[in-house]
Design a protein around this ligand. Sequence first.
Ligand SMILES: Nc1ncnc2c1ncn2[C@@H]1O[C@H](COP(=O)(O)OP(=O)(O)OP(=O)(O)O)[C@@H](O)[C@H]1O
Ligand SMILES: C[C@@](O)(CCOP(=O)(O)OP(=O)(O)O)CC(=O)O
Length: 397
Amino acid sequence: MTLFVASTTAPVNIATLKYWGKRDKTLNLPTNSSISVTLSQEDLRTLTSVCTGPEITEDKLWLNGSEESLKSERTQNCLADLRKLRMKLEDEDSNLPKMSKWNVVIVSENNFPTAAGLASSAAGFAALVMAIAKLYELPDSLSEISKIARKGSGSACRSLLGGYVAWEMGEKADGSDSKAVQIAPMEHWPNMKAAILVVSASKKDTPSTSGMQLTVGTSDLFQHRIKDVVPHRFVEMKQAVLEKDWPTFAELTMKDSNSFHATCLDSFPPIFYMNDVSKGIIKLCHFINAFYNETIVAYTFDAGPNAVLYYLEENESKLFAFIYELFAEVPGWDSKFSKDELTQFLSDFDSKISNQLKVELDKELYKGVTKVILTHIGPGPQSTDECLIDTKTGLPK
Ligand SMILES: Nc1ncnc2c1ncn2[C@@H]1O[C@H](COP(=O)(O)OP(=O)(O)OP(=O)(O)O)[C@@H](O)[C@H]1O
Ligand SMILES: C[C@@](O)(CCOP(=O)(O)OP(=O)(O)O)CC(=O)O
């Protein structure tokens, strides 16, 4: 069997200035520009292998060991765009194998829970598009490829790039100027870290796509957000990244999460993504910042109750004096810290925080959190030799 194979890993990104609202649902064109931080693939990543050849009879997708449909309009749009770019190359060079005419097999694994509000669709579509772009040897830039990933899931376009990333909303009706660009590589401001508090939730309140449509159609506050709030915030946040201005970056991040969730509440009927545990975590972050009289931590929440806490490495011990004290029971710490380091966080807490202040903390908050994921800023998709496809059969290994 003649087979051509390629594999890539792709990262999760968590927005600090949120994408919420589409002006075109089919092309995933947003009503505002957004900004995100790409997270390390050491902790959260999608690995996708793809293969093609004249004997593959059908397009197929396996996700985390189970066969899934490739029929969704979004996936079909991505495949059609990639084949179009490949066909252009084949038209220019008749010696190239006619991959644009052949079916593809896609095998993918996420090393973290899928569809649990941890941006699996972003990493998933970024990996799918990037792996096929590599298979087809497309010469296009990552920003160009990001437009294809955007059609799979809006936020996926930002996972094509590492470090600090902007998704420029663009103006054109065909979406040709709605793409991801890098604001700065991770090396520019490498000490950005993230602690994700995975909050237990039976199921997602409302899927992002329908949630956005409801907000666009019913919220008056949303109009204020996209016209008067986000355009300034986009410029200010980009500037804060370029100047490594942590207090400004952190404040804008928290305010933008709150603004996005306020438009959800202002939708009719209202959408609730955060629960009481999420709100407890927000209070805790403000408590910590007030305690130190300094911005130590910034929270942000996507379309679900999980908290992503951004902080700078140099402030880790100040932050963890609180959050290890409160969430020590929850799994996720041991792989990153030695016993001695963890004990030190507890003694920092005991020595620094007065009994009077201790009573203000909610000791029960950990009961609503299932695990912590400790990670940091990372690069964009990476080529890998690891392959999920058996190169003799074209099936998952
Ligand atoms: N590795 C992957 N390859 C291809 N598609 C994927 C992959 N991982 C996830 N997806 C697609 O994304 C869907 C999950 O998206 P969904 O938006 O429900 O969850 P999420 O991305 O984890 O959460 P959120 O968007 O709120 O952060 C899956 O059902 C699947 O269709
Ligand atoms: C709250 C968000 O996480 C929304 C992400 O929405 P999606 O990218 O999942 O939506 P679709 O384009 O419909 O697939 C904010 C963000 O990531 O910017």
